[in-house]
Design a binder for this molecule. Structure first.
Ligand code: COA
Length: 423
């Protein structure tokens, strides 16, 4: 069996944040029923299209293992169907703009009235307060959550990061909130409301930068490069380039081929415990106990020079050779992998983190599988649904519509023009 087998999710999500969450729940075995606007669907189906006429990778890579029903809850028959879905499902997940669900006639109060055991889980840009009505996308959350002000180089503007910490990061937070609420329901018998604001999720992921904000009041952040360079600190956590976020100094260093390959770099951490091995590897054995080099505290104001010397060495090796030489010595290093290298990585394919999926209209494509591995709940990644592919199936098998009743719904305009109809 799968971990979440038997759990029914009414998936009212779109774009990235919500779909990331429900995709994870689907991979863990939940029956995820994606509700989409008739004839239109999730806007990402038609965004960044690479195969004309087929669902985009944007959509397919975020909606695996789900079923799709076309449904307009603003239509009377649509309201009836949605009410039945709320009655039947364990969880409703949504990431509409604030107030959209209420405007459809499905406030939290109404939803609880229909099914007191249901968990209603929402992603919003901001939590309660002056910005609660704002629409929010990824980069807005990265900026409002402290990530942008602490990313980039000291002498440059704030930067957003490629990791979608605002969208996918919040989806992860929401998924945890949902399974936690399901666990509590086992004992309380009651559902509850779960809210994961994107700003709050990014702040949670920026926790160490807020740690540093408070440390500033007692003196400079000695592990930041600017300390070694003698640049004064301001009143908030500065951008730290590629400095390590923890107590062990680290930098990104050039490797062999950097002149032509934008990713011929390695991350290199001079962890205190392996300092002597670092000295041996780079050919500076005297640094092991030279005055000013022997302890981490003494080295702090020399980090630029130390990393410059290490880089002289890494530039004579490829990023993979650096990994092969340093790993046996327990020196923590990491090659800067390109997206191409990641997608071609045999190890990641073996573990199911990179997968190949067949799709009827776009053909075979590569996707990211489930990054969380449960030993007793294996994941099989299946393709995303076509728009309304399961409309009739869900009406019949999940909601029990049949005969004239089913025909009435199919012809109401609430469920699109589903071709699979009531055969
Ligand atoms: N049938 C009929 N109407 C539907 C529908 C369906 N199945 N599904 C959605 N709609 C309607 C909504 O009711 C809403 O109508 P209303 O504004 O008249 O009430 C309308 O579609 C638009 O929904 P909205 O959520 O406002 O979409 P948007 O494209 O304008 O905004 C976001 C997109 C992402 C900015 C916004 O949804 C948002 O801020 N979400 C919360 C934060 C979030 O998740 N952001 C990250 C996204 S990755």
């Amino acid at each position: 069996m799968k971990a979440l087998e038997g759990v029914k999710i009414l998936d009212f999500t779109h774009v990235q944040s919500g779909p990331t969450c429900t995709q994870l729940l689907a991979w863990f075995g939940a029956d995820v029923i994606k509700v989409e606007r008739p004839g239109v669907g999730d806007a990402t189906r038609k965004q960044l299209v690479d195969v004309p006429g087929a669902d985009s990778l944007y959509f397919t890579m975020l909606n695996h293992n789900k079923r799709s029903i076309e449904l307009n809850p603003k239509n009377e028959a649509g309201k009836e169907v949605l009410t039945r879905l709320v009655e039947t499902c364990d969880v409703l997940v949504e990431n509409f703009a604030p107030g959209a669900l209420d405007r459809m006639g499905f406030s939290w109060e109404r939803i609880q009235e229909i099914n007191p055991r249901i968990i209603m889980a929402s992603v919003k840009g901001f939590g309660p307060g002056k910005y609660e009505d704002c629409k929010v996308y990824e980069n807005v959350a990265q900026c409002a959550g402290g990530a942008a002000s602490t990313t980039g180089f000291l002498d440059g503007p704030p930067l957003v990061t490629g990791a979608q910490i605002g969208d996918s990061g919040t989806g992860l937070h929401l998924a945890l909130g949902i399974v936690t609420a399901l666990y509590q329901r086992e004992r309380s018998g009651r559902g509850q409301k779960v809210l994961a604001p994107m700003q709050d999720g990014v702040i949670n992921l920026c926790r160490v930068k807020l740690r540093d904000q408070q440390r500033l009041s007692v003196g400079p952040l000695t592990e930041y490069s600017q300390y070694g360079a003698g640049i004064p600190f301001g009143d908030s956590t500065p951008r730290a380039g590629n400095d390590s976020g923890g107590g062990q100094p680290g930098r990104i260093l050039k490797c062999k081929g950097w002149e032509t390959d934008p990713n011929a770099y390695t991350y290199f951490i001079t962890q205190a415990a392996v300092w002597e091995k670092v000295c041996d590897v780079i050919g500076e054995p005297d640094w092991k106990d030279a005055p000013g080099y022997a302890t981490p505290a003494e080295r702090l104001d020399k980090l630029d020079a130390i990393f410059a010397r290490i880089e002289e060495w890494t530039m004579t090796k490829t990023k993979f050779e650096v990994m092969d030489i340093c790993n046996p010595h327990d020196i923590p290093v990491g090659p800067i992998l390109s997206t191409k290298e990641i997608m071609e990585d045999e190890g990641l394919r073996k573990t199911g983190t990179i997968v190949e999926v067949d799709h009827p209209t776009r053909g075979r494509y590569t996707s990211v599988g489930c990054p969380i591995k449960l030993s007793d709940s294996p994941v099989e990644v299946t393709r995303s649904p076509l728009l309304g592919e399961h409309t009739a199936e869900i009406l019949k098998d999940v909601l029990g519509y049949s005969g004239e009743d089913l025909a009435r719904i199919m012809e109401s305009g609430a469920v699109g023009t589903a071709k699979q109809a009531a055969e």
